[in-house]
Design a protein around this ligand. Structure first.
Ligand code: AMP
Length: 545
């Protein structure tokens, strides 16, 4: 497939607002694709370059990209940034700049979808001292060959900014429709393989191929998530529930085959080198090949430390030994997804738990099972007394559903309602905060699109603002006056007094009195509040305490 045809399809999809029409258009574009093109096409349309399990990243920030565009367009980098600020959209701005490009490549040729993927893969694999220079060379060459419309989508793909509304749900349905297979089969295979590109290839072969997918060690699967709920609701149908403490740490997935161990964060980034103490504790506790799901906690003198300590360690790249000595980290394991070659996701939770108890010699999160709401209430109170966030209630007969925030796992915590939203912009602070960002524009998601819902400027300590500045400073895309736009990636948990309908924000809603609660850089953009959930909260008029 020529990349120009792909770009034209993206442009066409951007003009469609109906979900069904979008799925229809994509499902018709799928069947003619070759085996090589299909996975790339599927991932690119969702704005992804590599499979979700893959550790590869192209590693091109806005700065490097703008430098390459400036070179190709024969402009100064400042002019590129001015154009982005003027148009307010990176893709369109680059498209304009490329239409006036002076530096056409010597071997100018039409771009091919799979070749572009290979260039991206090469970018991701460049290492060493000359990394930046080599990366710049590759992007310059790519952009020099690109037609303006192609430039729009290359830029958006590189910055993770495609957002044309083809989220995982729409893509799953388009694949199912294209190959006349059941969407639930596609979904199931996707949960195990964690890459819709590969799943599309299996769907092309047929439903039996989709049924053969298993989990593979060192290909992390998405974490199962929890809904907010009440003990009463979870227990109203009778029967036992499994209750565990809700630890205020950070999620991990641990993979081990023989002597080889790797550990992944909630965003499925590999954090093995940052957590050598956790890896050592877990590998000592079992002789089996396993995939474990759990939470890392920081402790001092037997008390759990705030979750921010754990996140800082996950982020750490240097001086790890010193930190291992300073702050003790321990794993709490609550699920087993794979054991000695066997995928356990479809086994009921109580079976996985029994296997976990015979597989791991230590670090298993305690569990209480009961059909008596009063016993669970008592457990909840004991959890709060012990300083935990609350409890998790899990259905003993439920399967492990990666990436699903369903009713099978329910979190019970005191009524401070918060939302996880992504930071898409900021304003510089004032006075003694003039060198950091002071207020932040936040967005929820709707099938891959990011829609603003409010600005938060309270609840930050100076130390936190400095930490946030360090996280965001390299992802600035554009600025205009005091306002800055970011490549979206950083998630905040915010509290609020009320949700109102509002014409001021594209989501149609605005948070009243939002306040920063904490940094959630363990969460990815895919995990933030959806527009649907914001609407639900508005309808229920949840007014948090
Ligand atoms: P939330 O981040 O508020 O959606 O709550 C879900 C998170 O609680 C999970 O992603 C885990 O990181 C964390 N958690 C703490 N304890 C448990 C537990 N016992 N079972 C499952 N998740 C837990």
């Amino acid at each position: 497939m020529d990349f120009i045809a792909f770009s034209q399809l993206c442009e066409h999809l951007e003009g469609i607002s109906g979900r069904l029409e979008m799925i229809d258009v994509v499902s018709k574009a799928i069947p003619p694709l070759s085996e090589e093109e299909l996975p790339v096409f599927v991932r690119f349309l969702m704005g992804k370059i590599f499979p979700d399990w893959s550790p590869l990243k192209v590693g091109i920030g806005p700065n490097l990209l703008f430098e390459a565009v400036a070179y190709v367009a024969g402009k100064k980098k400042g002019d590129v940034i001015d154009e982005i600020n003027r148009v307010g959209d990176v893709g369109i701005a680059l498209e304009h700049l490329l239409s006036s490009k002076e530096q056409t490549s010597f071997f100018s040729k039409s771009l091919d979808l799979v070749e572009i993927y290979r260039d991206f893969e090469y970018l991701a694999r460049i290492e060493g001292t000359r990394t930046q220079r080599e990366k710049l060379k590759v992007i310059r060459k790519l952009l020099a060959d690109a037609q303006p419309l192609e430039g729009r989508y290359i830029a958006r793909l590189l910055l993770g900014e495609l957002r044309i509304g083809m989220g995982e749900g729409n893509m799953r349905d388009a694949i199912a429709r294209a190959y006349q297979v059941d969407a639930s089969l596609v979904e199931h295979a996707h949960q195990l393989a964690n890459d819709l590109g590969e799943v599309a290839l299996l769907a092309k072969t047929g439903p039996d191929a989709l049924r053969t997918v298993v989990i593979e060690p060192f290909r992390p699967v998405k974490m199962m998530l929890a809904q907010q709920g009440t003990i009463e609701d979870m227990m109203k149908n009778g029967g036992e529930v499994a209750a565990e403490f809700k630890y205020d740490g950070s999620r991990f997935q641990f993979h081990k085959t023989g002597e080889v161990c790797r550990i992944y964060s909630r965003k499925l980034e590999e954090v093995t080198t940052a957590l050598p103490d956790i890896v050592a504790q877990l590998s000592r506790a079992t002789d089996h090949d396993v995939i474990l799901d759990g939470e890392v906690l920081a402790v001092r003198d037997g008390r759990t430390l705030p979750f921010q300590y754990v996140l800082r360690r996950f982020r750490r790249k240097h001086d790890i030994d010193a930190h291992v000595e300073q702050i003790e980290m321990i794993p709490m394991v609550f699920d087993l997804l794979y054991l000695d070659g066997r995928t356990l996701l479809d086994e009921p939770f109580h079976v996985r738990r029994e296997l976990l108890e015979t597989t791991l010699r230590a670090h298993i999160a305690p569990q209480v099972r009961s059909a008596d709401p009063q016993a669970i209430e008592a457990f909840y109170r004991s959890a709060l007394d012990a300083g935990h966030e609350g409890i998790m209630l899990k259905a003993p007969d439920s399967r492990y559903s990666p990436g699903v925030r369903g009713r099978q796992w329910v979190k019970i915590k005191p009524a401070v309602d918060t939302m996880d939203l992504v930071v898409i912009g900021a304003e510089w602070g004032e006075g003694r905060r003039a060198r950091v960002f002071g207020s932040f524009l936040l967005a929820c998601q709707d099938e891959g699109e990011l829609l603003p819902v409010g600005k938060v400027a309270t609840g930050f300590s100076d130390e936190m603002l400095a930490e946030i500045y360090a996280l965001l400073k390299d992802s600035m895309i554009a600025h205009s006056g005091k306002e800055v736009t970011f490549e979206p990636g950083t998630v905040f948990e915010v509290g609020y007094a009320e949700i109102q309908q509002s014409p001021n924000y594209r989501s149609g809603f605005a948070l009243r009195f939002p306040r920063f609660v904490r940094l959630r850089d363990d969460k990815s953009v895919d995990e933030i509040e959806t527009l649907e959930q914001v609407k639900e909260r508005y309808k229920k008029r949840i007014t948090p305490a």
